[in-house]
Design a protein. Structure first.
Length: 183
């Protein structure tokens, strides 16, 4: 498996424009398949601006949730059938595995709530689905008392509107760029 990942990384470095084009084309195709037609209102009559405000509020709650209450609290923002695609793994994580993954990470280190941010780079609402691209970066503090360190991640998430109108994360794909690349 590690050899296959090496090949993918070499291909990305040799053909960055083509990789980006393939990713964008795949995303557009996927958005077309799940989105059908897009409008400025959802089934409840809420505007696209209302949806984006609700999604922004969801992302604004992530850092306070995980720094105070941990993975169980974080996963109240995710659907029951959530799937995570995590870095350097061919295996998808279901909800139980994702909670364990985050619990293990948070047992080791937590984001510094005063020096960690999640920036929404893009939101596209398509009916009861939304595509969200984010950048997370800042300092994480090891629970061992060791010095804080820089950390970041880039996410592409699909959110699904729930029957009560709330948005939850249904799919999350992310990677952790090299620390040297974090501004």
């Amino acid at each position: 498996m590690a050899q296959n990942l090496g090949i993918v990384r070499k291909m990305r470095s040799k053909f960055p424009i083509q990789s980006s084009l393939v990713a964008r084309t795949s995303l557009l195709l996927f958005a077309t398949l799940i989105g059908g037609s897009c409008s400025n209102t959802n089934n409840d009559g809420a505007s696209q601006a209302d949806d984006i405000a609700a999604i922004s509020a969801l992302y604004a709650s992530i850092v306070p949730l995980i720094t105070s209450d941990g993975a169980d609290a974080l996963f109240t923002l995710y659907t029951d059938d959530v799937v995570l695609m995590v870095p350097d793994s061919w295996a998808d994580l279901d909800r139980r595995e994702a909670v364990a993954f985050y619990t293990e990470g948070l047992d080791w280190a937590k984001p510094d709530p005063d020096n960690y941010s999640i920036t929404i780079d893009e939101v596209i609402v398509m009916g009861d689905w939304a595509f969200v691209r984010t950048t997370s970066k800042g300092q994480s503090v090891p629970t061992s008392g060791d010095p804080a360190y820089s950390q970041g991640s880039r996410h592409v998430s699909l959110l699904r509107r729930q029957p009560d109108g709330a948005w939850k994360i249904a799919r999350d794909i992310f990677h952790n760029p090299p620390i040297d690349d974090i501004e």
